[in-house]
Design a protein around this ligand. Structure first.
Ligand SMILES: Nc1ncnc2c1ncn2[C@@H]1O[C@H](COP(=O)(O)OP(=O)(O)O)[C@@H](O)[C@H]1O
Ligand SMILES: [Mg+2]
Length: 384
């Protein structure tokens, strides 16, 4: 009867997208008839679980509401191939009255030795991405709209794919066509994209660094969906849930969902329900967020985090270096890499703190997680 409104997980839009209204207004400007906006090319970054994907979803919705065409993609090795051979032709087929006569399709060559692949490749190398995107923009402009290219999960391994798309988009932007691009990724991936050859275009893009939610945004993200679905949450329970989430959107949904389902048929979500939800949600943070975040790091990076975890709050960079037995230069490099990766923050000069809630507690409870991939005591028992 009372469906759970909360959406724990990744990439699933929440019942209330808290704290992003002002930001979304910037994009609404892009899709309206307003003046040129720097958000026409934007890079969204922030740590895992902060809400990059659901923000992209909301930006796409804003574009669709203005009749723009949305070309959405998740970056991986086969993205361009999929766009050129499948998605863009399908979109053109749907929108373009002349699609059938324009398309070069259905090329059949008898399979004789290596001939087939040779001929096929010659056609595939044509810059079809550019021309198809240009045609989509043309069709969008005819309706008084444009095309939004929305790319998620920017990663070092697929920068070549990003480059191809960036070149096509940049070309159309130079001609002052109605095209916009937004790309999202964790800070280390966005930093790599900004450094890469052929992607200088993005250095002029609007940088959007997503932060965790404020306490009042968090309270709204929890309370509003509960009230909309006809249930209630008391002041104390709400405050406890909001504080335990630390404004981290992933935890807001995770705690909200578990508090809801504790006694789903009663009217009120009690402090007991919240207490239980917080315990379960916090325990699940390791597997869902912290371990995946540690996975991409080097063992030196993880040593740095373990040294930081000895403090109850922000750690002094000098002390962390000493604990690691590292020279200031080496420790400084680790610090820079972890800042780039969005794993730590620098709250003040000379100090560092964890960016992801509960990482300190997790590392203290499971120090071996910091040595992922290295032999653990259990694995050692199988040796020799
Ligand atoms: N502004 C927000 N308000 C409420 N919940 C949010 C908000 N942003 C994200 N969430 C929730 O947080 C979780 C993670 O969001 P997601 O976009 O997948 O993060 P990312 O892509 O940055 O890893 C999802 O369950 C989503 O519903
Ligand atoms: Mg995401």
């Amino acid at each position: 009867m009372h469906d759970n409104p909360f959406r724990p997980g990744f990439g699933i839009s929440p019942p209330m997208l808290a704290g992003r209204d002002a930001l979304l207004d910037e994009w609404r400007e892009v899709f309206g008839l307003g003046a040129w906006s720097p958000y026409r090319a934007a890079l969204v970054t922030g740590m895992r679980g902060v809400g990059k994907t659901v923000l992209l979803n909301a930006v796409e919705d804003a574009a669709l509401a203005r009749d723009w065409t949305v070309v959405h993609g998740t970056l991986h090795a086969g993205l361009i191939d999929g766009l050129e051979h499948d998605r863009l032709p399908a979109m053109l087929q749907e929108q373009d009255p002349q699609a059938r006569t324009r398309e070069v399709t259905g090329l059949t060559v008898p399979q004789v030795g290596g001939l087939r692949t040779e001929v096929k490749e010659r056609y595939e190398r044509e810059p079809r991405l550019e021309s198809m995107l240009a045609r989509l923009v043309e069709l969008g402009e005819e309706r008084g709209a444009g095309v939004l290219v929305s790319l998620d999960e920017v990663a070092k391994e697929s920068l070549d794919q990003l480059r191809r798309i960036a070149i096509a988009v940049q070309h159309l932007m130079r001609e002052d066509r109605r095209i916009a691009i937004v790309a999202a990724g964790v800070p280390a991936s966005i930093a790599a994209a900004l450094d890469a050859d052929g992607l200088t275009f993005f250095r002029r893009a609007q940088q959007v660094r997503l932060d965790t939610l404020t306490l009042s945004e968090t309270r709204a993200a929890l309370a509003e969906p509960v009230r909309t679905r006809g249930r209630a949450i008391g002041e104390q329970a709400l405050e406890r849930a909001a504080r335990a989430s630390q404004g981290y959107p992933y935890l807001v949904q995770s705690i909200g969902a578990r508090a809801w389902e504790y006694t789903p048929s009663t009217e009120e979500i009690t402090t007991d329900a919240v207490q239980h939800a917080v315990e379960v949600a916090h325990a699940a943070m390791g597997e869902s967020v912290i371990v995946p975040a540690l996975r991409g790091l080097s063992s030196r990076d993880r040593d740095y985090l373990l040294a930081m975890a000895e403090d109850d709050g922000p750690a002094s960079t000098a002390e962390v270096g000493e604990r690691m037995g590292a020279s200031p230069g080496t420790a400084g490099r680790q610090r820079a890499r972890l800042l780039d990766a969005g794993i730590i923050v620098a709250p003040a000069r000379g100090s560092v703190d964890f960016a992801i809630p509960l990482m300190r507690e997790h590392l203290r409870a499971h120090p071996h997680d910091a040595q992922l991939g290295l032999p653990t005591a259990a694995r050692d028992t199988f040796r020799a």
